[in-house]
Design a protein around this ligand. Sequence first.
Ligand code: CAA
Length: 379
Amino acid sequence: MDFRLSEEHDMLRKMIRDFAKKEVEPTARERDEEERFDRKIYDQMAELGLTGIPWPEKYEGIGSDYLSYIIAVEELSSVCASTGVTLSAHLSLASWPIYMYGTEKQKKNFLTRLAGGEALGAFALSEAGAGSDVASMEMSAKKDGDAYILNGNKVWITNGGVADIYIVFAKTDPAAKHNGITAFIVEEGMEGFSIGKKEKKLGIRSSPTAEVMFENCRIPEENRLGDEGDGFKIAMTTLDGGRSGIAAQAVGIAQGALDAAINYAKEREQFGKPIAHNQGISFKLADMATEIEAARLLTYKAAWLESNGYEYGKASSMAKLFAGDMAMRTTVEAVQVFGGYGYTKDYPVERYMRDAKITQIYEGTNEIQRLVIGRMVTE
Ligand code: CAA
Protein backbone atom coordinates (compact mmCIF):
# COMPACT_ATOMS: atom_id res chain seq x y z
CA MET A 1 0.00 0.00 0.00
CA ASP A 2 1.34 3.42 -0.98
CA PHE A 3 -0.48 6.57 0.09
CA ARG A 4 1.73 8.92 -1.95
CA LEU A 5 0.30 10.48 -5.07
CA SER A 6 2.03 9.60 -8.32
CA GLU A 7 4.28 12.19 -9.93
CA GLU A 8 1.59 12.80 -12.55
CA HIS A 9 -1.06 13.47 -9.90
CA ASP A 10 1.30 15.69 -7.95
CA MET A 11 2.13 17.77 -11.02
CA LEU A 12 -1.53 18.05 -11.94
CA ARG A 13 -2.37 19.24 -8.42
CA LYS A 14 0.34 21.92 -8.58
CA MET A 15 -0.85 23.07 -11.99
CA ILE A 16 -4.49 23.32 -10.86
CA ARG A 17 -3.55 24.99 -7.58
CA ASP A 18 -1.59 27.66 -9.46
CA PHE A 19 -4.47 28.18 -11.88
CA ALA A 20 -7.03 28.32 -9.05
CA LYS A 21 -5.00 30.85 -7.05
CA LYS A 22 -4.22 33.04 -10.06
CA GLU A 23 -7.41 32.92 -12.12
CA VAL A 24 -10.26 31.73 -9.90
CA GLU A 25 -9.69 33.00 -6.37
CA PRO A 26 -9.30 36.73 -7.14
CA THR A 27 -12.91 37.04 -8.38
CA ALA A 28 -14.54 34.38 -6.17
CA ARG A 29 -15.99 36.83 -3.66
CA GLU A 30 -17.28 39.23 -6.29
CA ARG A 31 -18.86 36.44 -8.38
CA ASP A 32 -20.51 35.10 -5.23
CA GLU A 33 -21.98 38.50 -4.39
CA GLU A 34 -23.14 39.17 -7.93
CA GLU A 35 -24.35 35.56 -8.48
CA ARG A 36 -22.34 35.67 -11.67
CA PHE A 37 -21.16 32.66 -13.68
CA ASP A 38 -17.99 33.39 -15.65
CA ARG A 39 -17.70 31.36 -18.84
CA LYS A 40 -14.14 32.63 -19.27
CA ILE A 41 -13.03 30.50 -16.32
CA TYR A 42 -14.59 27.44 -17.94
CA ASP A 43 -12.79 28.26 -21.20
CA GLN A 44 -9.51 28.55 -19.32
CA MET A 45 -10.13 25.16 -17.71
CA ALA A 46 -10.71 23.77 -21.21
CA GLU A 47 -7.35 25.15 -22.36
CA LEU A 48 -5.68 23.29 -19.51
CA GLY A 49 -7.48 20.06 -20.47
CA LEU A 50 -9.54 19.95 -17.27
CA THR A 51 -12.89 19.67 -19.07
CA GLY A 52 -11.93 16.24 -20.40
CA ILE A 53 -9.54 14.92 -17.74
CA PRO A 54 -10.58 11.25 -17.66
CA TRP A 55 -11.57 10.69 -21.29
CA PRO A 56 -9.36 9.19 -23.99
CA GLU A 57 -7.56 11.53 -26.35
CA LYS A 58 -9.64 10.30 -29.28
CA TYR A 59 -12.61 12.08 -27.62
CA GLU A 60 -10.55 15.22 -26.93
CA GLY A 61 -9.81 14.18 -23.36
CA ILE A 62 -6.35 14.08 -21.79
CA GLY A 63 -6.51 10.36 -20.97
CA SER A 64 -5.97 10.71 -17.24
CA ASP A 65 -8.04 9.03 -14.49
CA TYR A 66 -10.84 9.73 -12.00
CA LEU A 67 -8.39 10.54 -9.22
CA SER A 68 -7.06 13.42 -11.35
CA TYR A 69 -10.60 14.69 -11.79
CA ILE A 70 -11.17 14.47 -8.03
CA ILE A 71 -7.97 16.41 -7.34
CA ALA A 72 -9.07 19.08 -9.82
CA VAL A 73 -12.47 19.53 -8.14
CA GLU A 74 -10.82 19.62 -4.71
CA GLU A 75 -8.29 22.27 -5.67
CA LEU A 76 -10.83 24.47 -7.45
CA SER A 77 -13.26 24.17 -4.52
CA SER A 78 -10.60 25.21 -2.04
CA VAL A 79 -10.84 28.70 -3.53
CA CYS A 80 -14.29 28.67 -5.18
CA ALA A 81 -16.82 25.89 -4.60
CA SER A 82 -18.97 27.16 -7.48
CA THR A 83 -16.18 26.57 -9.97
CA GLY A 84 -15.61 23.14 -8.41
CA VAL A 85 -19.18 22.04 -8.99
CA THR A 86 -19.30 23.49 -12.50
CA LEU A 87 -16.52 21.07 -13.41
CA SER A 88 -17.87 18.21 -11.32
CA ALA A 89 -21.38 18.33 -12.86
CA HIS A 90 -19.91 18.74 -16.34
CA LEU A 91 -17.57 15.76 -16.04
CA SER A 92 -19.28 13.25 -13.82
CA LEU A 93 -22.97 13.94 -14.47
CA ALA A 94 -23.06 15.02 -18.11
CA SER A 95 -19.98 13.53 -19.78
CA TRP A 96 -19.67 10.25 -17.85
CA PRO A 97 -23.03 8.77 -18.94
CA ILE A 98 -22.23 9.51 -22.60
CA TYR A 99 -18.81 7.89 -22.22
CA MET A 100 -20.34 4.89 -20.47
CA TYR A 101 -23.61 4.37 -22.32
CA GLY A 102 -23.33 6.40 -25.54
CA THR A 103 -22.99 4.99 -29.04
CA GLU A 104 -19.75 5.71 -30.88
CA LYS A 105 -21.60 8.36 -32.86
CA GLN A 106 -22.86 10.03 -29.65
CA LYS A 107 -19.36 10.00 -28.21
CA LYS A 108 -17.90 11.54 -31.36
CA ASN A 109 -20.63 14.15 -31.53
CA PHE A 110 -21.26 15.06 -27.89
CA LEU A 111 -18.43 13.74 -25.70
CA THR A 112 -15.73 15.33 -27.86
CA ARG A 113 -17.42 18.72 -27.60
CA LEU A 114 -17.79 18.36 -23.85
CA ALA A 115 -14.28 17.06 -23.27
CA GLY A 116 -12.65 19.71 -25.43
CA GLY A 117 -14.59 22.41 -23.62
CA GLU A 118 -16.45 23.69 -26.65
CA ALA A 119 -19.61 22.63 -24.77
CA LEU A 120 -20.55 22.66 -21.09
CA GLY A 121 -22.71 19.84 -19.72
CA ALA A 122 -25.60 19.50 -17.27
CA PHE A 123 -27.74 16.70 -15.82
CA ALA A 124 -31.51 17.07 -15.53
CA LEU A 125 -33.03 14.47 -13.23
CA SER A 126 -34.87 16.13 -10.33
CA GLU A 127 -38.37 17.53 -10.55
CA ALA A 128 -40.37 19.70 -8.15
CA GLY A 129 -42.14 16.61 -6.83
CA ALA A 130 -39.37 14.07 -7.44
CA GLY A 131 -36.12 14.78 -5.60
CA SER A 132 -34.93 11.85 -3.48
CA ASP A 133 -37.68 9.69 -4.98
CA VAL A 134 -36.35 9.69 -8.54
CA ALA A 135 -38.79 7.08 -9.85
CA SER A 136 -41.78 9.32 -9.12
CA MET A 137 -40.78 11.74 -11.90
CA GLU A 138 -43.55 12.89 -14.19
CA MET A 139 -41.76 14.23 -17.23
CA SER A 140 -42.87 12.28 -20.28
CA ALA A 141 -41.24 11.24 -23.54
CA LYS A 142 -43.63 9.91 -26.19
CA LYS A 143 -42.36 8.13 -29.27
CA ASP A 144 -43.38 9.83 -32.51
CA GLY A 145 -41.89 8.27 -35.62
CA ASP A 146 -38.12 8.60 -35.41
CA ALA A 147 -38.28 11.06 -32.53
CA TYR A 148 -39.48 11.51 -28.94
CA ILE A 149 -41.67 14.37 -27.74
CA LEU A 150 -40.59 15.60 -24.30
CA ASN A 151 -42.96 17.39 -21.93
CA GLY A 152 -42.32 18.47 -18.34
CA ASN A 153 -40.02 20.52 -16.14
CA LYS A 154 -36.77 19.74 -14.33
CA VAL A 155 -35.51 21.72 -11.33
CA TRP A 156 -32.26 22.35 -9.42
CA ILE A 157 -30.19 21.96 -12.55
CA THR A 158 -26.54 22.80 -11.93
CA ASN A 159 -25.14 24.67 -14.98
CA GLY A 160 -28.79 25.20 -15.99
CA GLY A 161 -29.09 28.05 -18.46
CA VAL A 162 -25.36 28.14 -19.25
CA ALA A 163 -24.88 24.54 -20.41
CA ASP A 164 -24.94 23.46 -24.04
CA ILE A 165 -25.68 19.75 -23.60
CA TYR A 166 -28.11 18.27 -21.05
CA ILE A 167 -28.67 14.65 -20.03
CA VAL A 168 -32.41 14.52 -19.44
CA PHE A 169 -34.52 11.75 -17.90
CA ALA A 170 -38.17 11.18 -18.79
CA LYS A 171 -40.78 8.44 -18.61
CA THR A 172 -41.39 6.52 -21.81
CA ASP A 173 -43.56 3.99 -19.92
CA PRO A 174 -45.05 5.49 -16.73
CA ALA A 175 -46.67 2.19 -15.66
CA ALA A 176 -43.27 0.47 -15.55
CA LYS A 177 -42.02 2.89 -12.80
CA HIS A 178 -38.19 2.49 -12.46
CA ASN A 179 -38.07 0.48 -15.65
CA GLY A 180 -40.05 3.06 -17.61
CA ILE A 181 -37.45 5.87 -17.45
CA THR A 182 -35.31 6.73 -20.48
CA ALA A 183 -32.33 9.08 -20.84
CA PHE A 184 -31.88 11.63 -23.64
CA ILE A 185 -29.20 14.01 -24.83
CA VAL A 186 -30.73 17.45 -25.32
CA GLU A 187 -28.96 20.40 -26.88
CA GLU A 188 -29.49 23.98 -25.89
CA GLY A 189 -31.50 25.75 -28.60
CA MET A 190 -33.72 22.78 -29.50
CA GLU A 191 -37.26 23.90 -30.17
CA GLY A 192 -39.52 23.50 -27.16
CA PHE A 193 -36.60 23.60 -24.69
CA SER A 194 -36.29 26.68 -22.50
CA ILE A 195 -34.81 27.89 -19.24
CA GLY A 196 -37.12 28.77 -16.35
CA LYS A 197 -36.51 30.26 -12.94
CA LYS A 198 -32.94 30.82 -11.83
CA GLU A 199 -32.64 30.01 -8.12
CA LYS A 200 -31.35 32.57 -5.61
CA LYS A 201 -29.24 30.51 -3.28
CA LEU A 202 -27.50 30.54 0.11
CA GLY A 203 -24.21 29.30 -1.34
CA ILE A 204 -22.44 28.27 -4.55
CA ARG A 205 -23.93 31.46 -5.89
CA SER A 206 -21.72 31.79 -8.95
CA SER A 207 -22.79 28.34 -10.12
CA PRO A 208 -26.16 28.85 -11.81
CA THR A 209 -28.99 26.56 -10.70
CA ALA A 210 -32.07 26.77 -12.89
CA GLU A 211 -35.29 25.13 -13.93
CA VAL A 212 -35.31 23.71 -17.46
CA MET A 213 -38.59 23.32 -19.30
CA PHE A 214 -39.76 21.13 -22.15
CA GLU A 215 -42.87 21.84 -24.15
CA ASN A 216 -43.43 19.46 -27.03
CA CYS A 217 -39.67 19.34 -27.44
CA ARG A 218 -38.82 16.99 -30.31
CA ILE A 219 -35.67 14.93 -29.72
CA PRO A 220 -34.36 12.75 -32.54
CA GLU A 221 -34.23 9.05 -31.66
CA GLU A 222 -30.46 9.08 -32.20
CA ASN A 223 -30.23 11.32 -29.09
CA ARG A 224 -31.66 8.59 -26.85
CA LEU A 225 -28.96 7.44 -24.44
CA GLY A 226 -29.09 3.67 -23.95
CA ASP A 227 -32.28 1.74 -24.52
CA GLU A 228 -35.79 2.67 -23.52
CA GLY A 229 -36.17 1.85 -19.83
CA ASP A 230 -32.43 2.12 -19.04
CA GLY A 231 -32.78 5.62 -17.57
CA PHE A 232 -33.03 4.75 -13.86
CA LYS A 233 -29.93 2.57 -14.03
CA ILE A 234 -28.08 5.26 -16.01
CA ALA A 235 -29.04 7.90 -13.44
CA MET A 236 -28.07 5.76 -10.44
CA THR A 237 -24.71 4.65 -11.83
CA THR A 238 -23.94 8.22 -12.90
CA LEU A 239 -24.66 9.41 -9.36
CA ASP A 240 -22.47 6.63 -7.93
CA GLY A 241 -19.45 8.37 -9.44
CA GLY A 242 -20.78 11.92 -9.16
CA ARG A 243 -20.92 11.58 -5.39
CA SER A 244 -17.14 11.32 -5.08
CA GLY A 245 -16.98 14.61 -7.01
CA ILE A 246 -19.15 16.25 -4.34
CA ALA A 247 -16.99 14.65 -1.65
CA ALA A 248 -13.96 16.27 -3.33
CA GLN A 249 -15.78 19.58 -3.42
CA ALA A 250 -16.47 19.26 0.33
CA VAL A 251 -12.83 18.41 1.08
CA GLY A 252 -11.70 21.42 -0.96
CA ILE A 253 -14.11 23.80 0.79
CA ALA A 254 -13.03 22.54 4.22
CA GLN A 255 -9.34 22.80 3.35
CA GLY A 256 -9.81 26.37 2.11
CA ALA A 257 -11.58 27.27 5.35
CA LEU A 258 -8.91 25.59 7.49
CA ASP A 259 -6.06 27.33 5.65
CA ALA A 260 -7.75 30.69 6.19
CA ALA A 261 -8.38 29.89 9.88
CA ILE A 262 -4.77 28.80 10.49
CA ASN A 263 -3.37 31.96 8.89
CA TYR A 264 -5.72 34.12 10.91
CA ALA A 265 -5.03 32.29 14.18
CA LYS A 266 -1.29 32.77 13.74
CA GLU A 267 -1.66 36.51 13.06
CA ARG A 268 -4.47 37.54 15.37
CA GLU A 269 -3.19 38.51 18.81
CA GLN A 270 -5.26 38.71 21.97
CA PHE A 271 -3.99 38.80 25.56
CA GLY A 272 -0.51 39.44 24.14
CA LYS A 273 -0.09 36.34 21.96
CA PRO A 274 -1.42 34.83 18.73
CA ILE A 275 -4.74 33.09 19.37
CA ALA A 276 -3.24 29.94 17.76
CA HIS A 277 -1.25 29.54 20.99
CA ASN A 278 -4.45 28.92 22.92
CA GLN A 279 -5.45 25.29 23.13
CA GLY A 280 -9.08 26.31 22.64
CA ILE A 281 -8.09 27.35 19.11
CA SER A 282 -5.27 24.93 18.30
CA PHE A 283 -7.38 21.90 19.33
CA LYS A 284 -10.12 23.12 16.99
CA LEU A 285 -7.59 23.41 14.16
CA ALA A 286 -6.22 19.95 14.98
CA ASP A 287 -9.69 18.39 14.82
CA MET A 288 -10.45 20.19 11.56
CA ALA A 289 -7.18 19.03 9.95
CA THR A 290 -7.75 15.45 11.10
CA GLU A 291 -11.31 15.27 9.82
CA ILE A 292 -10.30 16.76 6.46
CA GLU A 293 -7.60 14.14 6.08
CA ALA A 294 -10.04 11.34 6.89
CA ALA A 295 -12.53 12.67 4.32
CA ARG A 296 -9.78 13.06 1.72
CA LEU A 297 -8.69 9.44 2.19
CA LEU A 298 -12.26 8.17 1.74
CA THR A 299 -12.66 10.34 -1.35
CA TYR A 300 -9.38 9.32 -2.96
CA LYS A 301 -10.16 5.68 -2.22
CA ALA A 302 -13.49 5.92 -4.03
CA ALA A 303 -11.76 7.56 -7.02
CA TRP A 304 -8.97 4.98 -6.98
CA LEU A 305 -11.52 2.15 -6.97
CA GLU A 306 -13.31 3.71 -9.95
CA SER A 307 -10.06 4.37 -11.82
CA ASN A 308 -8.96 0.76 -11.34
CA GLY A 309 -12.20 -0.90 -12.34
CA TYR A 310 -13.43 -1.96 -8.89
CA GLU A 311 -16.94 -1.51 -7.46
CA TYR A 312 -17.05 2.01 -6.01
CA GLY A 313 -20.70 2.86 -5.25
CA LYS A 314 -20.50 2.27 -1.50
CA ALA A 315 -17.14 4.05 -1.17
CA SER A 316 -18.44 7.01 -3.11
CA SER A 317 -21.57 7.32 -0.92
CA MET A 318 -19.45 7.00 2.24
CA ALA A 319 -17.05 9.67 0.98
CA LYS A 320 -19.89 12.05 0.11
CA LEU A 321 -21.65 11.47 3.44
CA PHE A 322 -18.57 11.91 5.61
CA ALA A 323 -17.01 14.75 3.61
CA GLY A 324 -20.26 16.73 3.38
CA ASP A 325 -20.94 16.54 7.12
CA MET A 326 -17.27 17.22 7.84
CA ALA A 327 -17.22 20.31 5.60
CA MET A 328 -20.20 21.74 7.45
CA ARG A 329 -18.62 21.17 10.87
CA THR A 330 -15.25 22.47 9.73
CA THR A 331 -16.51 25.66 8.11
CA VAL A 332 -18.66 26.51 11.14
CA GLU A 333 -15.54 26.15 13.30
CA ALA A 334 -13.51 28.28 10.85
CA VAL A 335 -16.01 31.11 11.27
CA GLN A 336 -15.70 30.66 15.04
CA VAL A 337 -11.90 30.99 14.90
CA PHE A 338 -12.33 34.32 13.11
CA GLY A 339 -14.86 35.50 15.71
CA GLY A 340 -16.82 38.57 14.64
CA TYR A 341 -14.62 39.06 11.57
CA GLY A 342 -15.62 35.62 10.34
CA TYR A 343 -19.22 36.70 10.28
CA THR A 344 -18.47 39.47 7.79
CA LYS A 345 -17.83 39.49 4.07
CA ASP A 346 -14.33 40.88 4.69
CA TYR A 347 -13.07 37.32 5.06
CA PRO A 348 -13.88 34.25 2.95
CA VAL A 349 -14.93 31.88 5.75
CA GLU A 350 -18.60 32.91 5.74
CA ARG A 351 -18.69 32.00 2.01
CA TYR A 352 -17.07 28.63 2.72
CA MET A 353 -19.70 27.98 5.39
CA ARG A 354 -22.57 28.87 3.06
CA ASP A 355 -21.04 26.80 0.25
CA ALA A 356 -20.48 23.75 2.46
CA LYS A 357 -24.18 23.32 3.20
CA ILE A 358 -25.08 22.19 -0.31
CA THR A 359 -22.67 19.25 -0.14
CA GLN A 360 -25.01 17.66 2.42
CA ILE A 361 -27.94 18.12 0.06
CA TYR A 362 -27.27 17.63 -3.64
CA GLU A 363 -26.38 14.49 -5.55
CA GLY A 364 -28.43 12.63 -2.96
CA THR A 365 -28.99 14.11 0.49
CA ASN A 366 -26.81 12.69 3.24
CA GLU A 367 -29.93 10.91 4.49
CA ILE A 368 -30.13 9.17 1.09
CA GLN A 369 -26.42 8.27 1.36
CA ARG A 370 -27.16 6.63 4.72
CA LEU A 371 -30.03 4.76 3.11
CA VAL A 372 -27.80 3.53 0.27
CA ILE A 373 -24.93 2.56 2.62
CA GLY A 374 -27.36 1.05 5.10
CA ARG A 375 -28.82 -1.20 2.43
CA MET A 376 -25.35 -2.27 1.31
CA VAL A 377 -24.02 -3.13 4.74
CA THR A 378 -27.10 -5.11 5.70
CA GLU A 379 -27.73 -7.06 2.48
N1 CAA B 1 -26.64 1.08 -9.67
C1 CAA B 1 -27.31 0.20 -10.44
N2 CAA B 1 -28.60 -0.12 -10.21
C2 CAA B 1 -29.22 0.44 -9.16
C3 CAA B 1 -28.58 1.38 -8.31
C4 CAA B 1 -27.22 1.67 -8.59
N3 CAA B 1 -26.52 2.54 -7.83
N4 CAA B 1 -29.44 1.77 -7.36
C5 CAA B 1 -30.58 1.13 -7.58
N5 CAA B 1 -30.46 0.32 -8.68
C6 CAA B 1 -31.45 -0.59 -9.24
C7 CAA B 1 -31.91 -1.57 -8.17
O1 CAA B 1 -31.07 -2.71 -8.14
C8 CAA B 1 -33.31 -1.93 -8.63
O2 CAA B 1 -33.21 -2.85 -9.71
P1 CAA B 1 -34.33 -4.02 -9.91
O3 CAA B 1 -35.59 -3.28 -10.21
O4 CAA B 1 -33.78 -4.79 -11.03
O5 CAA B 1 -34.39 -4.75 -8.61
C9 CAA B 1 -33.82 -0.61 -9.22
O6 CAA B 1 -32.64 0.14 -9.57
C10 CAA B 1 -34.66 0.18 -8.26
O7 CAA B 1 -33.86 0.42 -7.11
P2 CAA B 1 -34.45 0.82 -5.70
O8 CAA B 1 -35.60 -0.08 -5.37
O9 CAA B 1 -33.33 0.88 -4.74
O10 CAA B 1 -35.01 2.27 -6.04
P3 CAA B 1 -35.65 3.35 -5.06
O11 CAA B 1 -36.81 3.97 -5.75
O12 CAA B 1 -35.86 2.77 -3.71
O13 CAA B 1 -34.54 4.51 -5.01
C11 CAA B 1 -32.63 5.64 -4.18
C12 CAA B 1 -33.29 4.30 -4.60
C13 CAA B 1 -31.22 5.24 -3.71
C14 CAA B 1 -33.35 6.31 -3.04
C15 CAA B 1 -32.55 6.57 -5.40
O14 CAA B 1 -33.82 7.01 -5.80
C16 CAA B 1 -31.67 7.77 -5.17
O15 CAA B 1 -30.44 7.68 -5.29
N6 CAA B 1 -32.25 8.94 -4.84
C17 CAA B 1 -31.48 10.19 -4.71
C18 CAA B 1 -31.50 10.94 -6.01
C19 CAA B 1 -30.36 11.87 -6.17
O16 CAA B 1 -29.24 11.59 -5.80
N7 CAA B 1 -30.61 13.01 -6.81
C20 CAA B 1 -29.60 13.93 -7.13
C21 CAA B 1 -30.03 14.79 -8.27
S1 CAA B 1 -28.70 15.30 -9.29
C22 CAA B 1 -27.94 16.56 -8.51
O17 CAA B 1 -28.16 16.84 -7.37
C23 CAA B 1 -26.91 17.20 -9.35
C24 CAA B 1 -26.40 18.49 -8.96
O18 CAA B 1 -27.10 19.42 -8.69
C25 CAA B 1 -24.97 18.71 -8.97
